[in-house]
Design a protein around this ligand. Sequence first.
Ligand code: PEP
Ligand code: MN
Length: 342
Amino acid sequence: MLELIAGPCSAESRQQVLSIAKEIDSIKGVKWFRAGIWKPRTRPNQFEGVGEKGLPWLNDVKKTTSLKTITEVAIPLHIEKCLENNIDGIWIGARTTTNPFYIQEISESLRGVDIPVFIKNPLNPDIKLWIGAIERIKASGIKNVYAVHRGFSFADNGVYRQTPYWKIPIELKRLMPDIPIICDPSHIGGKASLVKEISQSSINIGLNGLMIEVHNSPENALTDSSQQITPYALRRLLEELIIPQNSFEEINPIFTIREEIDSLDFELINIINQRMSLAIEIAKIKKEKNIPILQIKRLDEMIIKRLEKTHGTILDKGFIKDIFESIHQESIRIQNEIFKDK
Ligand code: PEP
Ligand code: MN
């Protein structure tokens, strides 16, 4: 079952919070109502959240719906205020995860408290910072720790607001299999139109839930207006998501094909090894005859010939070019080592 979190980027008024919560409450499967109370804004003098006065509104959500509430905290004072107002869970924002000093302080103020903590990835694609934050929060005794994948900040994010860079959540799953990972397609996409396909991609790689920004009037939202979707759109999105029901342990053909892939990969390693041994032989001759390692003409010819070989295959030319440039680079590195030998 997916862990589903939905709600506005920011709590704006009591009425806004309660009316969105009421609509979300009627959507099957959604467990958590999110709303930012303190907003980390990139530039000053923008709406920085309603602050403490919004916490009782979240408490009213609990009284009037079956949803649990969650908001972002960045400093121990935020945690104190959340606990005073019966907030059910907290999330740590991307900007905060980036800083171990903050995470350590948050961790210390959570000692003896047992509420679920959702830890967003740091802004930069550094898995160690994310793991470090998870370890620090777990060390305070918190049992329910979740990771939230909200994309990473690259110089060029392409069509996204934040690059998904799926290899990092996949690696986190491998290293910390017990930590459920929630995808936040709203902050990855930055546009309402991308939310569905990003949600589907996250499910396809086995992530465990979604945190989606939902507003009853996205165009008038005080923060992140272009990425929020309406409760109606959320309902449709959840209905249309394709959720794999079978675990792959049950699907034998995949196992057989994977075994074949493994043996092909091992063969590839063998072949590359043979290829590098030949490069070493050439390097010895070049050294003896006192000729330079690199002949640029040979590199050009080599790439062209290999690209010709891709005719009639399913292989992408750019991909093959990358592979052979990288093999050639390694061959040059190995030959350089031979040149260094006395
Ligand atoms: C948010 O969820 O509204 C938010 C500010 O998230 P992030 O820390 O991922 O930018
Ligand atoms: Mn937001």
